[in-house]
Write a protein that binds this ligand. Sequence first.
Ligand SMILES: *Cc1c(COP(=O)(O)O)cnc(C)c1O
Length: 395
Amino acid sequence: MSDVNTIINEGEEYILHTYNRFPVVFDHGDGMNLYDVNGKEYLDFVSGIGVFALGYNNKKYKDALKGQIDKITHTSNYYWNEPAINAAKKIVKATGLNKVFFTNSGAEAIEGAIKSARKYAYLKDGALDHEIIAFNHSFHGRTMGALSVTGTEKYRHDFQPMIGNIVFAEMNDIDSVKNLINDKTCAILMETLQGEGGIYPADAAFIKEIRQICDEKDILLILDEIQCGMGRTGYLCAYERYGIKPDILTMAKALGSGVPVGAFVLNEKVAKNSLVAGDHGTTYGGNPLAGTAINTVFDLYDELNIVDNAKEMGDYLWEKLELIKANHSEIIDHRGLGLMQGLQFNRPVGEYINKALDKGLVLINAGTEIIRFLPPLIITRADIDKMADILESVL
Ligand SMILES: *Cc1c(COP(=O)(O)O)cnc(C)c1O
């Protein structure tokens, strides 16, 4: 038996305490399951916060990475590498957009999206005081730029000043957006389905009207699909549901399904009129290992019909959670799309999550009163049934 407390105490001694972690030390995974250092099995409904779309221990994915490790893992962006080119080609095909810039994380993808939007607006009118409209309850990451557009005051407060000229509207309230638009507005930045902030999907009418306003005024629509993209909502890109496209898309999390990668993707208009050589860079971004991960992820999505499964299992998860909601008056709302759903309670959910973990079910919150369901996209009905039984017993 490994002594978990000894491991955790050592962790606390050397790792900066910016997370209140659960007292669990995971060692390995297989399919839908995680195993801790003492071999206890857990059913995973978090997938490393929406990362492990393909579940754990996929042989083809592992073999592809191992093969690339044996060749080369990094070249720098002064030279070409084929895995990155192939990955970019797949992203362009999948998104219907035009050009890709690879990053190492979601926050960096947001930084690049902000820079692209500012440069596009600058080239148009030469002004240096453009504004970006972001949303309350949004989450875009922890670097200064990404934090500046994150609509949760407690994350931002102690780190002021933020980058300037960011204003916040209310999700699904079109007047709150219209009231903020002026000649300086260069972009509207939103998650197609808000994750961290509490699982709030965009209404179809709202997001379509935003698209229309952006078209009329040549404002860029930036959709952050770092969490809700890559098939999670039952569409490869969540925006497909609404029949619209962004001007700039940010991706990360499931894009690498376990290897740290991100990307911002520009449509043709922005690609041709924003960042040029020398404007932006990264040492690691788009390295051959990251490229191989992305290529293999797209191949496996096709092979395993991941997006169709997410849609079908998302519907089944919805039915199951509706049944649970009907049994428990403390559950006051149920929201989400596909395999990204949330149950809102009238009380903090921390205790439920701890009890579920004891019983071998990994769940996560989104805000203090919402349990978020974010399983690997390879999930089956039996996994959903098992989750529902454990959750019911916990409640
Ligand atoms: C996780 C997340 C980010 C930040 O990604 P990191 O890789 O943690 O920097 C940005 N936007 C959304 C919607 C996210 O869920």
